[in-house]
Design a binder for this molecule. Structure first.
Ligand SMILES: [Zn+2]
Length: 435
C-alpha cells in the first residue's frame, strides 16, 4: 500500500482548465509536494471502504447507455436512467423523461445501479419514463423504438464478494435506526427492502425521503431495545397515540411484526478518520467537482470536511462511509479532474473577462443544475451568499408529473420553475415533514 501510494502521490495532477484554458494555467500540482508544504498527512487508504477506495475495474459506461437505479431522493424508488456524462470513475445519471436538473452523480461501482431487467428479475417496481404507460412499457421495445443502448451487465460491479445478507434480516422486521438527516434522533424503523448485502431502512409513518440503504454492520441500525439499554430517547412512529410511553412489546403485537434478533447485529469498528487528515471529497454544492479537502472534525458516524483554500462557511458534515470521499490520488488514478486548493494569486483574469465574483470559484457549474455548464455571476454561483442563504431545495421530481410543459429542454430557460441544487446541510429544514 505504501509503495502504491508513493507512486500515485508522485504523479502530478493537471489543473482542470475550464471554462477558459488561458485563465487556469496548466500548472502542475502534486499531493506529495502539497502535503510537505502544509506539513499535513493524508488519510490512510486503509480507512476507506471498498466503495470509497481505488476501484478494481475501469468505468466502462458510455453516454446514452440505459440502466435501472435508485433515485437518491427517494431511495425506495427504482427508475429508468441514462448515462448523461462520464468522468473518470463517475457517472452523471439522468431520469428518462425528466428535466436534467434532477440528474445526479454516482460512482461506476455504485450498488445503487443495476442492468436493465433487474427490477423484473428481483420483483421490484420499475418507475418508467414519464409519458409511458406502466402496463405497456417493455425495455426491449423502448430501446428499439428510441434507438438506445442498454448498459451491458459486465459494467456493473459484482457485490457477491461481500457475502449475502444474514437470513435473520427479513423485510418487514423492526429495528431502531438513526435518522441520517437528523443524526441525533433514533427512531422506530422497519426493513423495507433487502438487496444483496444491504437493507433499506424506513421510518414508521414517515415519508420515504428519510429512507436509506445501509449494510447490516452500519452503526446506524440497532436492535429493538437499544435505546432503552443505552439511555437514549426512542422516537415513536409519527402519530403514535402516546409517544412518551412507546412500548415495543405492544407495538410489535399491534403491527403483527417481529424484531430483528439482537444477536445478529455486528457493529463495524468506528471509522478511523481524524482531524487534519487530507482526502479528496465530492463538493455537494457542485457535485461534478472533487476537491482537495481536510477532515476538521469527527463524530461517531461522520466527518466534517473543509475544502482547502475555501472559507469555513462551506464546511459540512458527511457520513464517514459516504461514497463521495476518497483517498488522496483517487482522482489521478481514475482520471477525474481534481480541484486543487484555491490561492488568490493563482487567478489571472484577462481584461474584460466576465468572472464569478465568489473567491475560489472558477465559474464551473450552476445552481440550476447541469443544463448550464458554467456561470459568470453570483446569481448562478453555487457558492454565492445569495444561493447559500436561499433554501436551495429541488422541486420534487415525483410531484411534478402533471407539469408536462416543463418537460421540453428548450422551454426550460423561459420557465419560472427553479430547479436549484439540493443542499442538505447540518441545519437543514425539511420542507415536507419537519421532525
Ligand atoms: Zn461561482
Amino acid at each position: 500500500v505504501i509503495i502504491f501510494l508513493s507512486l500515485i502521490v508522485s504523479r502530478t495532477v493537471t489543473v482542470f482548465s475550464f471554462p477558459d484554458p488561458s485563465v487556469a494555467a496548466q500548472e502542475a500540482w502534486s499531493w506529495e509536494q502539497y502535503l510537505t508544504e502544509q506539513k499535513a498527512i493524508a488519510a490512510p487508504v486503509e480507512l476507506f471502504s471498498k466503495d470509497q477506495s481505488f476501484p478494481e475495474h475501469e468505468n466502462g459506461f458510455q453516454v446514452g447507455m440505459r440502466l435501472e437505479g435508485i433515485d437518491p431522493r427517494h431511495p425506495s424508488v427504482f427508475c429508468v436512467l441514462s448515462v448523461a456524462e462520464v468522468c473518470g470513475y463517475r457517472l452523471r445519471l439522468h431520469f428518462d423523461g425528466y428535466l436534467s436538473c434532477y440528474d445526479f452523480w454516482t460512482n461506476a461501482g455504485s450498488p445503487d445501479i443495476h442492468p436493465i431487467g433487474w427490477c423484473e428479475k428481483t420483483k421490484h417496481e420499475l418507475h418508467i419514463p414519464k409519458g409511458y404507460r406502466k402496463d405497456k412499457f417493455v425495455w426491449m421495445d423502448y430501446l428499439k423504438a428510441c434507438k438506445l443502448q442498454n448498459a451491458p451487465k459486465k459494467l456493473f460491479r459484482n457485490r457477491s464478494s461481500n457475502g449475502p445478507m444474514p437470513k435473520e434480516f427479513q423485510v418487514g422486521m423492526k429495528l431502531e435506526a438513526i435518522d441520517r438527516k437528523n443524526p441525533s434522533l433514533v427512531c422506530v424503523a422497519t426493513i423495507a427492502d433487502i438487496v444483496e448485502d444491504r437493507l433499506l431502512v424506513h421510518f414508521d409513518n414517515w415519508d420515504d425521503s428519510y429512507d436509506y440503504w445501509c449494510d447490516v454492520n452500519s452503526p446506524y441500525v440497532q436492535p429493538v431495545g437499544w435505546c432503552q439499554e443505552n439511555g437514549r430517547t426512542l422516537i415513536a412512529p409519527q402519530g403514535y397515540p402516546d409517544p412518551e410511553n412507546f412500548s415495543w412489546t405492544e407495538y410489535l403485537e399491534a403491527t403483527q411484526t417481529n424484531a430483528v434478533p439482537a444477536k445478529v447485529f455486528k457493529m463495524r469498528p468506528p471509522h478511523g478518520f481524524l482531524p487534519s487528515m487530507r482526502l479528496e471529497a465530492v463538493d455537494r454544492r457542485n457535485p461534478r467537482l472533487i476537491r482537495v479537502a481536510t477532515v476538521i472534525d469527527v463524530d461517531d458516524q461522520r466527518v466534517k470536511v473543509h475544502f482547502d483554500g475555501w472559507d469555513h462557511k462551506y464546511d459540512y458534515w458527511m457520513d464517514a462511509d459516504s461514497p463521495d470521499i476518497h483517498p488522496i490520488g483517487w482522482c489521478d488514478v481514475t482520471g477525474h479532474p481534481l480541484e486543487v486548493p484555491y490561492r488568490a494569486n493563482d487567478v489571472k483574469i484577462l481584461p474584460g473577462q466576465a468572472v464569478c465574483p465568489t473567491p475560489g470559484c472558477r465559474g464551473i457549474g450552476h445552481i440550476r443544475g447541469p443544463r448550464y455548464s458554467g456561470h459568470h455571476s453570483a446569481f448562478g454561483c453555487p457558492y454565492s451568499d445569495m444561493n447559500l442563504k436561499k433554501e436551495a431545495t429541488l422541486h420534487d421530481r415525483l410531484r411534478e408529473q402533471t407539469q408536462a410543459h416543463l418537460e421540453s429542454d428548450s422551454s426550460h430557460s423561459k420557465s419560472k420553475n427553479l430547479c436549484s441544487l439540493s443542499f442538505n446541510g447540518k441545519h437543514e429544514k425539511v420542507n415536507s415533514q419537519p421532525r
